[in-house]
Design a protein around this ligand. Structure first.
Ligand SMILES: [Zn+2]
Ligand SMILES: [Zn+2]
Ligand SMILES: [Zn+2]
Length: 976
């Protein structure tokens, strides 16, 4: 017999250059460089030319180009990348053009900070240049980080809302809105940030807790007798002493708006009464439903209703006196006929008094009421949130700081019925500076969402129903938000943005505009758009392009006939800019591969669930207005990343995990595996422990692939691949598992359920391969003759398994998938990312075969348990020291016949040295897999084969089992 080392040399032991240690942080950048050098991304695009399944357009929502990317950005881009990659491998032409949102306040503020005092000496163009440079810097920085995550796309042809061509498209789209008569300028109550001195959109508000004084104010009725009559008061009013006042009681958390009060609103259908506190002298008008609550709040010992209860409708028109003196409130013309009770439909009876203080200059509902009732828009507050000289007493004071003064003045006037100095409530704050916002009336530009004929809101509501929302609750959410929108304030009083390209009459006091708001305006905007394409939106701010350049000679102001115009200085809401990306990029952009020529222009939008009120909505509204359709067929939303304890990540809490750090330490594939392994629809925690668990899962997949590869060192699929029909029974089963894996993962990709794909892949590697199939295969792979059918059959499955794992993992762990693919023997594509899923797959078993295998595997589990017990008891060391005797069972015999399991292979299936059916039927372990079958353990007879360690009778004499002797003979190795 050859000595031990010679024997070992006759085994086909695994060998591979595929490293055990991933070392991703070091290897990934090399791989990126190699992909770049090979022009992989262009090759993927070239491959798409013969994509059998047509276009799939995922339109990138542009992240804001300020600051480094955070882990939320990484999650968003990895999800998108995985969708794009899996769709491409599924046979779609799936281009991806990343974009950036560049205009707007966050960058302008940042640039303000960097420029400091210098900014005051700079012109608009210089400031815009600085903002453009800033955005460019972060487009590059973020782009680098996204590419490092193996996010494939047209990075050198990315879009940016500040590109000249894009700015030209914004101007064109705005022009279309304008020419359709959808844009108007008006004085309106809008949310205003006094710090940033600009109007804010709903999407730019953040709600957080704030303390404010909440006060009850009594507005005395002007004519007591009239009130007494309505309530059929039992005492004649004249008989009451003068000190017994009749007042309308309101409740407010914004005392600073009291100087601008012009009316008090009631609900027509609610019933109201005059109440009188025990020991008090005044009669207060309060809604019946609120009396008890108000009495409690004001600490009344008791109270009494006086007279009847009457419906709100009977109170309409009653006049009251403003409790503050003329110096403490804004002056209005007497003709305004203010200070009276009005009826509205927004009075609720769950807080307050059932009477609502109404200041048309400082609230959305108030404004609408004021318009209806013909009140002036009293809003004596400037850009910086300070009272103007219109209110003499508080002039120059910041409104929120004036609150205590006003409360005090109300007290002096005897109008303060009650005060809670620290009322806790949710209050809107500016998304950028976190300062509380106020309502203020200003001249703004609006898109009319309700204009008859256009009916944008109604059409949007209809369009929402035709979109697939994933998860489905998104539909209700966006529908509710659109339902409540009347108009869209599209102007901002800043400099870094797309200009509102309209001219206004230069004559002081004239509100004339040019061009007229109808289809004759289109050539004007076409001109502006062409200019922007050449010079960018900057051209509008350039004194070198005066207003006269945009007006044909002879054109005059439609109001006053003057020929002098000035360029509008407001810029557009950034949500308008990004909202028209379907036009600027998909429909009219310079990306032919994205152009579908019809709407919906995109198959899918993918963003965080905060975008229902942001980008999804602005995109929907512009698309409905311009194309009468939603821009997307489906919208997928994901949650946010929080820390391990579920808290929001923030610098101040010190719990931020930066994607750059993860990539540098653990590698991008670990970040990708984490993102794609979680249920992204919910907010998801991220912590070092979670990353450690992810790395663990990663290693399992890697090791399984590595084991497959390490047994393919002498396998050439071109030569050695065994046809499906000639595979050994167990290998045919393994082939059915490959088929099942492909089916599951592809279905998961199809439904964007990446965590199911990751789970299926992990389960396949760990459960089906590592802990069963590969274990059983070892003897056949190592000890069979190298070129034997036994070994080639196993290798065929390993080859196919490794290839399947590489391809299915390509949209997930894109670096590692390539590494596995590259290590495959034989012919292959240049990159795994050029593969198509349709080339994968195994072969399914028939259903009866499948059932037979399920029973056999269950039997194996039972036997394994017995062997494990014997090992624990130290009866055996390795399971090869064991043999099994089964009692004769017809069902088992049938399953073995069906699956084709012969004697040796059946013993190998259990990893024992021998198996027979001579076991007694009245003792031993009772099988549940085969009712009636008994399993008997015994120690294997014979001696341990020196080569394969199986026990065999022959080995007792020659040292080797019959199989090993035969193999050695075949190999020409001389047995002694
Ligand atoms: Zn602000
Ligand atoms: Zn004019
Ligand atoms: Zn042997």
């Amino acid at each position: 017999m050859p000595d031990k080392s010679d024997l070992k040399a006759t085994l086909n032991l695994p060998a591979t250059a595929f490293p055990m240690k991933a070392d991703l942080a070091r290897r990934e950048p090399e791989r990126l460089a190699a992909w770049e050098a090979a022009g992989l991304e262009s090759k993927i695009r070239a491959r798409a030319k013969d994509a059998p399944r047509g276009k799939f357009i995922l339109h990138d929502g542009p992240p804001y180009a300020n600051g480094k990317i955070h882990v939320g950005h990484a999650l968003n881009k990895i999800l998108k990348d995985s969708i794009v990659k899996s769709r491409a491998m599924e046979g779609f032409d799936s281009p991806y053009v990343p974009g950036w949102d560049c205009h707007g306040l966050p960058i302008e503020r940042q640039v303000d900070k960097e420029l400091g005092a210098k900014k005051r000496e700079m012109g608009d163009l210089e400031i815009r240049r600085a903002c453009r440079d800033y955005a460019t810097r972060f487009i590059e920085d973020q782009g680098r980080d996204f590419r490092r995550l193996a996010v494939f796309g047209e990075w050198d042809r990315r879009y940016a809302t500040m590109d000249f061509a894009y700015e030209a498209e914004i101007a064109r789209c705005f022009g279309e809105f304008y020419a359709k008569g959808l844009v108007y300028k008006a004085l309106k109550s809008v949310r205003w940030c006094s710090t940033d001195r600009t109007a804010l959109a709903e999407a730019e508000l953040e709600y957080s807790q704030r303390h404010d004084p909440a006060i009850y104010v009594a507005f005395p009725f002007a004519e007591r007798q009239k009130v007494a009559d309505i309530f059929r008061f039992h005492i004649h009013a004249d008989a009451l002493p003068e000190k017994n006042r009749f007042s309308a009681m309101i409740w407010t958390t914004t005392p600073w708006t009291i100087p601008s009060n012009l009316a008090i609103a009631v609900s027509e259908d609610a019933s109201y009464s005059l109440v009188h506190a025990t020991g008090g002298s005044d009669f207060f008008l309060v809604a019946d439903e609120r009396i008890a609550a108000v009495a409690g709040q004001l600490g009344w010992a008791g109270f009494k209703k006086q007279g009847d209860s009457v419906k709100g409708s009977r109170l309409v028109g009653l006049a009251y006196r403003h409790p503050l003196g003329e110096k403490s409130r804004g002056a209005i013309a007497p003709a305004a006929s203010a200070f009276r009770i009005v009826a509205t439909d927004y009075v609720t009876l769950d807080t307050g008094t059932g009477l609502v203080h109404t200041a048309p200059g400082h609230g959305e509902d108030d404004f609408r009421t004021g318009q209806r009732e013909g009140f002036p828009v009293l809003s004596p507050v400037d850009d910086a949130g300070r009272f103007t000289s219109q209110v003499e007493k508080y002039a120059g004071k910041k409104v929120l700081e004036a609150n205590p003064l006003i409360v005090e003045d109300l007290r002096q006037a005897g109008a303060l019925a009650g005060e809670d100095k620290h009322f806790h409530h949710e209050y809107p704050h500016c998304w950028r500076c976190q300062q509380p916002v106020i309502f203020r009336a200003t001249e703004q530009w609006f898109v009319d969402l309700e204009r008859s004929g256009a009916n944008i809101r109604e059409k949007a509501s209809e369009a929402i129903k035709r979109v697939q929302w994933i998860p489905s609750w998104g539909e209700e959410r966006i529908a509710g938000m659109v339902e409540n929108r009347h108009e869209w304030c599209i102007s901002r009083q800043r400099r870094w943005g797309s200009p509102i390209t309209v001219l206004s009459c230069a004559k002081p006091g004239c509100s004339g505009q040019y061009p007229p708001p109808d289809s004759t305006a289109l050539p004007f905007f076409a001109n502006v758009s062409a200019l922007f394409r050449r010079e960018g939106g900057d051209a509008w701010f350039d004194p070198g392009h005066p207003a006269s350049e945009f007006v044909p000679s002879g054109a005059a102001c439609p109001r006053c006939g003057s020929a002098e115009f000035a360029k509008e200085t407001d810029i557009l809401d950034v949500w308008f800019d990004s909202g028209v990306s379907h036009e600027a990029v998909l429909h009219h952009g310079d990306w032919p591969e994205l152009r579908r020529g019809e709407y919906p222009a995109a198959d899918l939008y993918v963003e965080g669930h905060d975008q229902h009120r942001g980008w999804f909505q602005s995109s929907l509204l512009t698309s409905v207005a311009l194309e009468s359709s939603a821009p997307f067929r489906a919208v997928l939303t994901h949650g946010f990343v929080v820390d391990g304890a579920g808290k929001k990540m923030s610098k101040s809490l010190g719990n931020v995990i930066a994607p750059q750090d993860l990539v540098a330490k653990d590698g991008a594939d670990i970040v990708r595996l984490w993102v794609l392994g979680i249920d992204y629809r919910e907010d998801q925690p991220l912590s070092p422990e979670i990353i450690a668990r992810t790395s663990d899962a990663y290693r399992k997949i890697r090791n399984t692939a590595r084991y497959c590869l390490s047994n393919l060192f002498d396998f050439d699929p071109g030569e050695n691949l065994v046809p499906d029909g000639e595979l050994l029974p167990l290998d045919r089963w393994a082939l059915s598992r490959i088929e099942e894996l492909c089916r599951k993962v592809r279905a998961a990709f199809e439904r964007y359920e990446f965590h199911s794909a990751v789970h299926a892949l992990h389960h396949y590697c760990v459960v089906e391969m590592s802990s069963f199939y590969l274990d059983v295969l070892k003897d056949r792979l190592y000890a069979s003759a190298p070129d034997s059918a036994l070994r080639r059959s196993a290798q065929t499955v390993l080859y196919r398994a490794a290839r399947v794992v590489a391809c299915l993992a390509a949209p997930i762990i894109s670096f590692t998938a390539e590494e596995i693919y590259e290590a495959l023997p034989g012919k292959r594509e240049e990159s795994v990312h050029l593969e198509r899923f349709s080339s994968l797959g195994g072969a399914s078993l028939s259903e009866p075969d499948e059932k037979a295998w399920d029973r056999l595997l269950a039997l194996r589990e039972e036997a394994t348990k017995i062997l494990e017990e014997k090992r624990q008891e130290r009866v055996i060391g390795s399971s090869l020291e064991a043999a099994l005797s089964l009692s004769p069972a017809p069902a088992l015999a049938a399953d073995r016949a069906r699956t084709g399991f012969d004697g040796n292979a059946f013993a190998d299936f259990f990893i024992v040295s021998a198996i027979d059916d001579s076991g007694a039927a009245d003792s031993g372990f009772e099988s549940a897999a085969y009712p009636g079958l008994r399993i008997h353990f015994r120690k294997a007879a014979g001696a341990k084969c020196a080569r394969c360690w199986k026990y065999a009778a022959e080995a007792a004499e020659g040292g080797l089992c019959a199989r090993c002797s035969a193999v050695l003979e075949q190999l020409g190795v001389q047995a002694r």
